[in-house]
Design a protein around this ligand. Sequence first.
Ligand code: NAD
Length: 474
Amino acid sequence: MDMSKQINVDLVVVGGGPGGYTAAFRAADLGLAVCLVEQRSELGGVCLHEGCIPSKTLLHAASLVAMAGQGREYGIHFSKPDIDVAALCQKRRQVTGQLSRGLDTLAAARKIIRINGTGFFADSNTLQVTGNESVSIGFQHAIIATGSSPFMLPGLPDDPRIWDSTAALSLENIPERLLIIGGGIIGLEMAQVYHALGATITIVEMLDHLIPPADRDIVQPLFLQLKKKKAYRIFTRTEVTSVEAEKEAVTVSFAGKKAPQTANFDAVLVAVGRRPNSKGLGLADIGVSLDRRGFIQVNNRQQTSIPHIFAVGDVAGEPMLAHKATHEGKVAAENIAGKDVVFAPKTIPAVAYTDPEIAWMGLTEQEARARKIPYDKGKFPWGASGRALSADVATGVTKALFDPESGTLLGAAICGAQAGELIHEAVVALEKGATASDLSQTIHAHPTLAETFAFAAELVDGSITDALPQKKKK
Ligand code: NAD
């Protein structure tokens, strides 16, 4: 007997992460009756519960440990940190809880109908929800915002010492020897956390440098900084060939020039990317098309192959970033509410919250070379920045690429403290078509880390005085 209740709404949103809740909130503000379906009891998705936010709380703890270590040079001596992992977990829960309650308040104030359960498209106008609540939702429009899950390498043993990023964030156990497979953003952020908690870290990356989408010269200061620390071993161009869960340790074999043949670890974090959560929703039956990798195909209004069903965020394609999801969520909601808008950013910035941080946006140099796009480059080393030296963060570089004809900014990348904050000036400059001389003439406060971006522009427009002018290319 089907006891499920039946409701009808203008819009049902499936998934309560940043893409889903943003879409739901915007649609409600534009006057639609909205139902938001989420399988967790709380809103926020992976970002809030197992991703961006908890990792940043733990990374802040790691930076406190690192900063205490740097005190010595300033004549301030701290004793070895005494780390209470339970208290750290409590802080992480407190931050997540506060944000999650904030989302509850925002949803309630907008009179959004919240359903706690798992959605399935029974047909192209009905979402069936099972789980805590059993509801049949008739809708005019739907937005799919079901996110992504960690990709696990095939053939790994089923063992509690083999982690995905969710397990790594739980801090249930601090291993002595941690292997991280994948030198991408998750791998490096977690390396930083576990290093601060006392683990020795081995990172293996298949490609030729860490964080491969960023230019090698931008990642190099981070790489060298990590290499200097005894607790790190990093092997690029290396693959794992076998993982055996033995009683005493996890034994891993590698194929790579410099890596050992085999080594033992107390835990292994697999951070080799994520895959879209597009299975189990009944999408094939209702005719929503997926691409080869399982992403839902959408147009620039976020419409799927069924025009009244939209998709946003990780499930709708790369880059899998919360800030891309929220913007797509707004575009979907606005189109459903009858506005004429498209998702057409000139760039989506990317940030690795490592120490030093890495941030980039727009064209990278490796892309420019591959696509034979001409550019002028300004690269300002932080060793020449008064602010960076004073704060002992001179390991860094700011790079900006400009169009040789028009002088407009094409791309920028920063390695250094606060890079994730600093990159946004470049994002605005790119969106607004600023040129090297616009940026040089924009007065930046001194001494700041932000002025390194203006210096990079001055290097290109020839007005630099804080370094020697670059020789003009003939
Ligand atoms: P990623 O794609 O950023 O990095 C995975 C890395 O693993 C790549 O460098 C890849 O070359 C390497 N790799 C793949 N297979 C391998 C193998 N068999 N052996 C060794 N190396 C291998 O993926 P991620 O770090 O897992 O992150 C997943 C997603 O989450 C990404 O889209 C990322 O942008 C997002 N994310 C973003 C942030 C942030 O914005 N700060 C933080 C965490 C995650």
